[in-house]
Design a protein around this ligand. Sequence first.
Ligand SMILES: Nc1ncnc2c1ncn2[C@@H]1O[C@H](COP(=O)(O)OP(=O)(O)O)[C@@H](O)[C@H]1O
Ligand SMILES: [Mg+2]
Length: 255
Amino acid sequence: MNALDVQGLVKRFGGFTALAGVQFHVPAGSITGLVGPNGAGKSTAFATIAGFHTPEAGQVRLFGRDVTGQPPWTLHASGLARTFQIPRLFAGLSVLENLMAAAPPQSGERLPAPWFARGRIAREEAALRAQAMAVLERLNLSRHADAPGTALSGGQKKLVELGRTLMSGARLVLLDEPAAGVNRTLLRDIAATIRALNERDGISFLLIEHDLELVAELCPLVHCMAEGRVIASGSMAAVRADPAVAEAYLGMAVA
Ligand SMILES: Nc1ncnc2c1ncn2[C@@H]1O[C@H](COP(=O)(O)OP(=O)(O)O)[C@@H](O)[C@H]1O
Ligand SMILES: [Mg+2]
């Protein structure tokens, strides 16, 4: 069983073809890498898989189920989450509240709540708070629980985004450049968190990343994209050794 199957995915912006028949898979329970030079179409593939763009052709299957063209909220409810190249936290909320807001809808959100439901709502709220605190502890961010989400460093925000995916009950997480602009220490935290979420919670990951050492460390299977297509798949070592891959990266360096 694959967490994700992408077949013949095509996405055009006006006359420009950003995805020209993208084909790859993410085995269930794996951390799979997606690499390739700038402009290859990696982020567009994420946005299209997650329902933010409608593809002109092709199919997306999530844990065996065809979900092509479904809107982001439906896919999210089916267990698909994504993080962004630049983390997005709610500005008016604390770090803890940012995690709590990522949980599936609670009884208290179906207003107006009848008087007899208030006890249940308070208990749910307390349970949610405890769950969010436990997640913050795992991320080593408990001391920032009450700080505004916006007060965190870029790398810490990325950790919170990972925590949000855990709160949301996601089964497949698309990570767009989790290591970009992050210092080495925090990078180790992020790598360890991804691994723990994968091993302990069974969450599958598709990881876009320019740090090929990190990809080699985390991902047994790597797909390389260039010009809207997957041009090589295999271990990081095999993909690196592929002449088509070298040529694609060289093309970028020359351009
Ligand atoms: N919304 C958009 N409208 C027009 N062109 C876009 C849009 N999004 C991405 N592109 C173009 O698609 C190509 C692939 O971009 P992207 O998916 O961001 O690449 P990557 O993430 O691999 O660097 C680029 O040439 C980019 O300019
Ligand atoms: Mg990108």
